[in-house]
Design a protein around this ligand. Structure first.
Ligand SMILES: Cc1ncc(COP(=O)(O)O)c(C=O)c1O
Length: 377
C-alpha cells in the first residue's frame, strides 16, 4: 500500500536542531530572548521601514491590530466572508459589528466592486486577506477609502516572501499581520507577527505595551525605567524564544523552501493545463504575481464533482483539502447578528479543493499527484 501524501507538512530546517539546543541550553525560554531578536532583525531587513513584533499567532497579531486601531462597540469592520475566523473574531471580540464582503470569483480576495457600498460612517477598518499569497487590489481599495478615516488591516497570514509589482505583501495595509503556524510556508508550530510602519513610533510604543500584558516591561528590559507596571490594556502576546529558535531556522531557509514549493506548484499547473478541461477553474491568474506557492486551489464544476475528486484522492492515498466555510453564514455570524448573503463565497466554498503542497514533497509524491490531476475529468 502506498504511503499517504500529506496535504501539508512542516519540514525540518537546516539550523533547527542547533538553534533548539542553543535556546534550551540558554534557559531563556520565554519571550524576547536572543532568537526573538534575531528573527525580528531578519524580518526587518526583509521588510524595510517596518517594526516587526513577534506574537504567539497571527490571531493574536490581529487582536493587537484591533486594539491599536481603537475598535470599540458600535464600530463596523468590513471582513471578507471567505477567510479564517480570526480575521473576524479579533474585531468582534472588541465589540465591533462585522460586515461581510463577498470575494472575487477569480482570485478569492475581497471584492472591490462590493466593498464601496458596505462603507458607512461607522466603518473603522477593512480587513484585506491576501489569499494564497496574492495581493488584493490595493490600488482600488486605497481609492475607495481615500479621505476617510478607515484603517486597512492587511491579514497577510499566507503571504511571506510574496510580492506584487516588486512591493512585498505585508506592506500594503496601515497595519499587517503574518502567520507562522505549522501549515504555513515558514513555520514554528504556532507563531505570528504584527508589522507596524516605522514612521509611527507612537503606535509602535503602544503595541509593545499591548504585547507585554499592558505593561511597560519593554522599557524596563531596555533599561529606560527601573520598574515596570501596568500602563494600558494588553495581553500575553509574546512568542516564546523556543518557537523563535525554530522560526529563525525556518526563515533562514525561506528562499529554498519557496523555490521548492514553486517547483511543485508549476508542475501541478502544467499537468492541470494539459487536461484541457473547461469545467475546472485553475489558478492561472497566480502566474501573473510573484506568489509564494502557499496554495494550489482548484474549483470543481460543482459540489458533486468535488465529492468525486475527494473520493479519487482518498483511493489514491492523497490528502486534498477544501477551504474556508463562509463566515457570513457561520454560527458565530448568525448568533451575533452579522450574517449576510455572500453568494460567491458560498459557491467557492462548495467547489474549492486544494492539492497537497509542501517543500518536502519527493519527485515520487509529485508524480502521484500529477497522475491524480490527470483523473480530474
Ligand atoms: C487568512 C488567515 N488569517 C489568520 C489566520 C490565523 O493564523 P494563526 O493560526 O497563526 O493564528 C489564518 C490561519 O490559517 C489565515 O488563513
Amino acid at each position: 500500500m502506498l504511503s499517504t501524501i500529506q496535504f501539508s507538512r512542516s519540514t525540518k530546517s537546516k539550523n533547527e536542531e542547533a538553534y533548539l539546543k542553543r535556546v534550551m541550553d540558554s534557559r531563556h525560554l520565554h519571550g524576547d530572548g536572543e532568537f526573538t531578536f534575531r528573527v525580528k532583525a531578519l524580518l526587518e531587513s526583509m521588510y524595510e521601514n517596518y517594526e516587526v513584533l513577534l506574537t504567539t499567532s497571527c490571531t493574536d497579531a490581529l487582536e493587537m491590530t484591533a486594539i491599536l486601531s481603537g475598535i470599540k462597540p458600535g464600530d463596523e469592520v468590513i471582513v471578507p466572508s471567505f477567510t479564517f475566523p480570526s480575521s473576524a473574531s479579533a474585531f468582534a471580540s472588541r465589540g465591533a459589528k462585522i460586515v461581510f464582503c463577498d470575494i472575487s470569483p477569480t482570485n478569492f480576495n475581497i471584492c472591490t466592486e462590493s466593498l464601496e457600498a458596505l462603507i458607512t460612517n461607522k466603518t473603522k477598518a477593512i480587513v484585506t486577506v491576501n489569499y494564497a499569497g496574492i495581493a488584493c487590489d490595493y490600488g482600488r481599495i486605497n481609492s475607495i477609502v481615500d479621505g476617510r478615516s478607515i484603517t486597512i488591516i492587511e491579514d497577510n497570514a499566507q503571504g511571506i516572501y510574496a510580492s506584487c509589482k516588486d512591493k512585498k505583501l505585508g506592506t500594503f495595509g496601515d497595519l499587517s499581520t503574518m502567520s507562522f503556524h505549522n501549515t504555513k510556508n515558514i513555520s514554528c508550530g504556532e507563531g505570528g507577527a504584527i508589522f507596524i510602519p516605522k514612521d509611527n513610533q507612537t503606535l509602535i510604543s503602544k503595541a509593545k505595551i499591548i504585547r507585554e500584558k499592558g505593561t511597560n516591561r519593554e522599557l524596563f528590559i531596555s533599561g529606560k525605567v527601573d520598574k515596570y507596571t501596568w500602563v494600558d490594556i494588553g495581553s500575553s502576546f509574546l512568542m516564546s524564544d523556543i518557537n523563535a529558535a525554530v522560526l529563525l531556522a525556518s526563515l533562514e531557509d525561506v528562499e529554498i523552501k519557496t523555490f521548492r514549493r514553486l517547483q511543485v506548484w508549476n508542475q501541478y499547473l502544467k499537468a492541470a493545463k494539459a487536461l484541457g478541461s473547461t469545467s475546472l477553474q485553475l489558478p492561472l491568474y497566480m502566474n501573473d504575481f510573484d506568489h509564494n506557492a502557499h496554495i494550489f486551489p482548484i474549483l470543481a464544476e460543482n459540489e458533486l464533482k468535488r465529492t468525486k475528486y475527494f473520493k479519487i484522492a482518498n483511493d489514491m492515498n492523497i490528502s486534498i483539502a477544501s477551504h474556508y466555510e463562509p463566515l457570513s453564514i457561520s454560527p458565530a455570524a448568525i448568533a451575533n447578528g452579522f450574517s449576510s448573503s455572500c453568494p460567491i463565497s458560498e459557491d467557492v466554498s462548495k467547489r474549492m479543493f486544494r492539492l497537497p503542497l509542501h517543500d518536502g514533497m519527493t519527485s515520487e509524491d509529485i508524480s502521484r499527484v500529477v497522475d491524480y490531476i490527470g483523473m480530474l475529468t
